[in-house]
Write a protein that binds this ligand. Structure first.
Ligand SMILES: NC(=O)c1ccc[n+]([C@@H]2O[C@H](COP(=O)([O-])OP(=O)(O)OC[C@H]3O[C@@H](n4cnc5c(N)ncnc54)[C@H](O)[C@@H]3O)[C@@H](O)[C@H]2O)c1
Ligand SMILES: C[C@@H](O)[C@H](N)C(=O)O
Length: 371
């Protein structure tokens, strides 16, 4: 099926047959002749599978990677029927991470090189359904590591500020510190970090992980976490000018605009393996309280009002970091954020105003409509 494989065939495959199965086969064939070591212009575009792609983070990353590697090389997957625009903008397939054979089939049939694992139940949803969170966030993650090991994939599993707990130093929180989270979401993420590191150490798996802050996005709604207010406040600013915040005014948490998050993910996946001095890195962009983001929004929406009605998510937020120390990511990975609080606020308001022209509704109605 394949020609006799020599390094020169591989180099020519990388040059002439970019994005073909042969090129990928060649890259994997030689030990010590990994994709990292091919000259950039000879590196075939990776075939990327994103699990849980219909959540808050998936489509932004798919769009960025499709611009880099071509629309056919980046495959979104999830277990739900996608909205029409998702099918129109690129390839979408069904992939249930709880079904190992289904995962194997997708990886083989699609010729996957990189697996970006976004399927999860977030912190608040996880507390509401612990058995399902254990299944998806722990058992599903085991399947992801196992299939990645079996097919020698480069795998990215994000972690979170939720992987820390009340005994962690909160300001700043270093990469290596006490991790005793009190949510099933956090427990599963610590487990994922440790399992990924273990598979790397034991089997040489190319596992990569960034601990994300709360992510804020205009195009996709948050999926049921403790930081969701930081996206919802913008929808309310544009529609009702009134936001009911489920956290106290002075609850400081690390946050990040989605474009920084997707760029960081692409950048860490693209780095040659030798650049990674550790497998799990904190990344940080900004930290603010509800009162501080409200004050910034009010500069643009003077009639904006806010009420504080803390709910069960307050107890979770009280155990999370206020500021992540991301010195190592900046040194080793070249990480740098582009969005601070003022830039976040102008960007979010501009995007949501453009989206909502002619529409009215609360954040809950808009999010329901978006789903
Ligand atoms: N959004 C954030 O603020 C944030 C912050 C830190 C880390 N993260 C991490 O980033 C990743 C993506 O987060 P998100 O906000 O996009 O999550 P999300 O909740 O918005 O989306 C998760 C997706 O997983 C899918 N899913 C559930 N069960 C599945 C199954 N059995 N098989 C396949 N897919 C399944 C859901 O349908 C959903 O589309 C998660 O691992 C999350 O922990 C997110
Ligand atoms: C912080 C993050 O992991 C997610 N947004 C949550 O709140 O659960």
């Amino acid at each position: 099926m394949f020609p006799a494989i020599t390094k020169s065939v591989c180099r020519s495959a990388g040059r002439d047959l970019q994005r073909t199965q042969l090129a990928r086969h060649c890259v994997r064939f030689f030990n010590g002749f990994s994709q990292d070591e091919l000259p950039v212009e000879e590196t075939p575009a990776p075939r990327v599978l994103i699990t849980g792609g219909l959540g808050q983070l998936g489509s932004g990353l798919a769009s960025l990677l499709r611009k880099k590697y071509g629309p056919d090389n980046v495959i979104m997957s999830d277990i739900v029927n996608p909205p029409r625009h998702v099918r129109e903008t690129g390839r979408y397939i069904f992939a249930d991470i709880l079904d190992f054979k289904n995962l194997q089939e997708k990886v083989v049939n699609e010729g996957i090189d990189w697996l970006i694992h976004f399927s999860a139940l977030l912190s608040a949803v996880g507390e509401a359904n612990v058995p399902l969170a254990i299944k998806v966030n722990i058992e599903g993650m085991h399947n992801i590591l196992e299939v990645s090991k079996q097919y020698k994939l480069r795998v990215f599993i994000p972690s979170t500020i939720g992987a820390f707990g009340p005994t962690t130093p909160r300001n700043p929180t270093p990469d290596l510190t006490i991790q005793r989270p009190q949510t099933i979401y956090g427990v599963a993420k610590v487990h994922a970090e440790l399992m990924g590191e273990y598979y790397h150490h034991k089997y040489g798996l190319d596992f990569r992980c960034l601990r994300f802050p709360g992510i804020i996005s205009a195009e996709t709604p948050p999926g049921g976490g403790t930081t969701d207010y930081s996206t919802e406040i913008f929808h309310d600013a544009v529609t009702t000018q009134r936001h009911e915040c489920f956290l106290e005014h002075d609850t400081r948490l690390p946050m990040m605009y989605i474009d920084d998050c997707t760029r960081a993910t692409a950048e860490v996946m693209e780095l040659p393996e030798h650049r990674l001095k550790q497998r799990v890195y904190n990344i940080q962009a900004m930290s603010f309280t509800p009162a501080e983001i409200y004050a910034e929004v009010k500069k643009h929406v003077p009639d904006m009002e806010i009420d504080y009605k803390p709910d069960s998510r307050q107890a979770i937020a009280d155990t999370w970091p206020q500021v992540l120390d991301d010195t190592n990511a900046r040194l080793d990975l070249g990480w740098n954020h582009e969005y601070d609080l003022p830039k976040l606020v102008t960007t979010m308001l501009t995007k949501i105003r453009a989206q909502k022209e002619g529409k009215q509704g609360t954040s809950a109605q808009i999010n329901a409509a978006a789903i």
